[in-house]
Ligand binder design. Structure first.
Ligand code: SAH
Length: 347
């Protein structure tokens, strides 16, 4: 398995069975332990009251990954909560809890930091620190469900990090998250967002998952995309869009295109028309995100009118489009800002 061989919360049920064999215990215990970890969201072996004490003692060599909340910001407007969690090695990550009519959603981080370098994004400024383990991705959701006392029904991997740059851990996370016997979130309620790592998109299409793939486009052509996203120098928009068509043909899942609108950079009606021409024929939906300005960069958000005009233009071209509703505007600050502020204070 990838990652840490003693990380019990990252083990599949099969691997737990093997572990029971290795430590000379009964295979049926695997299911009990799995259920404690992933269904009852236990953070310690003491809670696992139906396991014999001797087994609990043996298992103490397999520490349970459990994130420590260090800061919570709660929106007075809509109840959105931003959590800052500390990992066992002292790194910190951000996760967000949002309430929607259709259920509660959690946005998780997939890496501590990021190496993709998108120009408007706060998460990438300090570079990549490390990949998150499957257990560390899962526990963002588990801790939030325990802390809020509310069921989480939707998960989006749109926090800090590039999930497809942490592919094996992401896949293991998806399986444990959506399997029966655990927290059992439907694959259809999981969205993974990528800046467009083309080879990984092809690989993901072969996994035959029912998750939604979201692609950060942010531009109608290569020249503009390259200004905003260094990864666009490696993979052209044609390559990214071809990988999207392939993803749809293999999975039947409609794609989401994310488009952050930056005033004067990618938000003209001409840009909208060009974008429509490029994505026409792909079964997709465009999500417009007025850019969240970060102080390290000089980008400014498009005006309300520009956003509306962009939307109308896309609609006229027959494209499905929504404007992302801004959640927790009173606790805002762009994604990754809470973590960055915290890291700065620590140094
Ligand atoms: N690495 C992945 C997922 C993380 S970011 C990706 O690139 O898709 C989730 C989304 O938020 C991406 O579309 C990203 O481009 C966008 N984003 C990041 N910083 C932003 C900001 N300051 N304003 C608006 N959108 C931003």
């Amino acid at each position: 398995m990838s990652g840490n061989m003693t990380d019990i919360k990252s083990m599949t049920i099969e691997e737990l069975k093997n572990l029971m064999e290795e430590i000379g215990d009964k295979p049926f215990r695997a299911k009990q332990i799995y259920s404690w970890l992933h269904e009852h969201l236990a953070a310690s072996y003491e809670e696992m009251t139906n396991l014999p004490k001797s087994l609990r003692e043996k298992l103490s060599d397999y520490p349970i990954t459990s994130l420590e909340p260090v800061e919570v910001q709660t929106s007075k407007i809509d109840g959105t909560r931003k959590y800052l969690f500390r990992l066992s090695d002292g790194n910190v990550i951000e996760s967000v809890f949002m309430r929607y009519k259709h259920g509660n959603s959690v946005c998780i981080s997939s890496q501590a930091g990021c190496r993709m370098g998108c120009r408007f994004c706060a998460s990438t400024i300090g570079g990549l620190t490390r990949n998150l383990l499957p257990s560390e991705m899962l526990d963002q959701i588990y801790r939030i469900q325990v802390l809020t006392g509310e069921r989480v029904s939707n998960v989006v991997v749109m926090g800090t990090g590039e999930p497809l740059d942490n592919y094996d851990n992401l896949l293991r996370f998806i399986h444990i998250l959506t399997e029966e016997g655990g927290i059992h979130i439907s694959q259809r309620n999981l969205t993974v967002s990528t800046c467009g790592l083309v080879p990984a998109m092809y690989k993901l299409a072969e996994e035959k998952l029912q998750i939604t793939l979201a692609i950060s486009l942010h531009a109608p052509n290569d020249a503009k995309r390259q200004e905003l996203m260094p990864i666009a120098k490696k993979y052209s928009m044609d390559q990214v869009l071809e990988a999207c068509r392939n993803y749809f043909s293999k999975t039947g899942r409609r794609l989401t295109f994310e488009y952050s609108l930056v005033a004067g950079v990618n938000d003209s009606e001409g840009d909208a028309g060009e974008l429509a021409g490029r994505i026409r024929g792909i079964n997709c939906h465009v999500n417009l995100i007025p850019v969240n300005p970060i102080k390290e960069r000089s980008f400014t958000r498009s005006t309300r009118q520009a956003v509306e005009n962009f939307k109308i233009k896309l609609e006229k071209c027959g494209i499905n489009v929504t404007i992302r509703r801004k959640m927790g505007s009173d606790i805002d600050g762009a994604c990754g800002q809470l973590r960055k502020r915290y890291i700065r204070c620590e140094i």
